[in-house]
Design a protein around this ligand. Structure first.
Ligand code: ATP
Ligand code: MG
Length: 431
């Protein structure tokens, strides 16, 4: 038998009700902040991700699903490993930034070739948000406030800790990078293998190494915070001032650097203690350079005669599988059945039954009404028992002659006979 690919999961009906509910709660909060929905392709040119995320990141080096299709000449393509690159590409391509500051959200599958385990899959789902056009710290704070409200609505407020850091501007980070590399080069022998490699490719990532020996070396390492300029410091302090005013607790984690190159200034993560090492449920930050950087690909270099327009942005993405694991562990959604009323009909008068159910669906859009196929009454009753319905309506020859229906209360087993249009009136039965 052909099976699903490792790390690619089916979301079965038993789970999908939770997904729909979660998505509805999140979409509701996004609407309350006036964010607009965007739907983006799952496949983009590989180059978009390589340029946006950075060539020396785990995602681009090891985790991307890339391939060529049948076009001539072949173009390297990739399944999207994250959403920001595609969102920025779309915003540039469709000129959404002209005179506007779009605030966008998207939801859907992302793909990374990683070792599958709890909370880590090869196809997983993110809800992502990108807020364009504001360089000011209120935009950063708004995103954090919005996620905070999402946790509140999901009953997770006490499970999530907010970690913050500032990566400063590119030149500040470069100066820091040099100081860090100098310091760690002397201590090369004490680093784990991954960190040794990163020393030449992506040294800042060494800061979030999980190896105890590496963390011990880092205790006396130069601190990124000491390399930030006045503007970066003021921005970071203002974000914290807004969070304090909003009564949102946070911790500053000087080792929070994020795995993607495009971030500057504020970065943040929401972490939980309940998911083992897959602790980060939501992560984001500011990326003021990315729009300009992707715009300039292939453009003529005439930047000398035009003032450089800053095109700031800030965003985040949350992993929906991790969020659902956390919800199941600490604040599970109430169980709901997919059916309120089950209509059982004698097979000889089945067309009258279809008709009754159809009319009821018109009259009562609030109810979920199910039928079984035209098998024996007994077989249909068995299905009704299993359906989770509150009431079963039974229609046989006698009922049709009398213009009535028999109603069985599935909880008590009590059965009554009543007028055929009894359920059409919402006051007689509501859920
Ligand atoms: P991690 O350090 O756990 O690999 P990351 O830094 O690679 O996370 P991001 O690129 O910031 O993750 O993605 C944002 C969120 O998407 C993560 O915080 C997580 O909730 C989720 N996520 C990332 N990779 C996976 C995956 N392979 N499976 C499930 N969820 C994931
Ligand atoms: Mg990762």
């Amino acid at each position: 038998m052909i099976k699903a690919i490792k790390g690619f999961n089916d979301i079965l009906p038993e789970q999908s009700a939770k997904w729909l509910h979660l998505e509805a709660v999140l979409a509701n909060v996004l609407a309350r902040y006036g964010y607009e929905h965007i739907r983006l392709p799952i496949v983009e040119q590989t180059d978009l991700f390589a340029r946006a995320i950075g060539g020396a990141t785990d995602i681009v080096e090891k985790e991307m699903y890339s391939f060529t299709d049948k076009s001539e000449p072949p173009t390297p393509l990739a399944l999207r490993p994250e959403g920001t690159a595609g969102a920025v590409r779309a915003v540039i391509e469709h000129n959404l930034l002209r005179g506007d500051t779009p605030k966008l959200w998207y939801i859907g599958p992302m793909f990374r070739y990683e070792r599958p385990q709890k909370g880590r899959y090869r196809q997983f789902h993110q809800l992502g948000v990108e807020s364009f056009g504001s360089p000011l710290p209120d935009a950063d704070a708004e995103l954090i406030a919005m996620t905070h409200l999402m946790w509140q609505e999901l009953g997770l407020k006490d499970e999530m800790r907010l970690q913050l850091n500032s990566l400063g501007e590119l030149d500040e980070r470069h100066a820091y990078r040099e100081a860090l590399v100098n310091y760690l080069t002397d201590k090369h022998d004490q680093l784990d293998d991954d960190s040794k490699r990163r020393l030449t490719t992506n040294p800042l990532r060494i800061l979030d190494s999980k190896e105890a020996s590496t963390q011990a070396v880092l205790v006396d390492a130069p601190k990124l915070a000491d390399f930030l300029g006045a503007y970066s410091i003021a921005h970071f302090e203002q974000v914290q001032t807004y969070l304090t005013a909003l009564e949102i607790d946070y911790e500053i984690n000087p080792h929070l650097v994020r795995g993607l190159d495009y971030y500057n200034k504020t970065v943040f993560e929401w972490v939980t203690d309940k998911l083992g090492s897959q602790a980060t449920v939501c992560a984001g930050g500011r990326y003021d350079g990315l729009v300009g950087q992707l715009k300039s690909i292939g453009a003529r270099d005439d930047s000398n005669d035009k003032p450089v327009k800053s095109e700031p942005a800030v965003g985040f993405a949350m992993g929906l599988e991790r969020l659902l694991l956390l919800i199941d562990a600490v604040a599970p959604f109430a169980e709901t059945s997919a059916c309120d009323i089950f209509v059982v009909t004698h097979p000889e008068v089945y067309s009258a039954g279809i008709n009754y159910a159809q009319k009821l669906r018109y009259d009562r859009p609030d109810l979920r009404i199910k039928m079984a196929s035209a098998t024996s009454l007994k077989a249909q009753m068995k299905k009704a028992d299993k359906s989770g319905a509150a009431l079963t309506v039974i229609l046989a020859q006698q009922e049709l002659e009398d213009n009535t229906i028999s109603i069985k209360n599935m909880q008590t087993g009590e059965q009554t006979t009543t007028a055929q249009d009894w359920l059409s009136h919402a006051e007689n039965f509501s859920i």
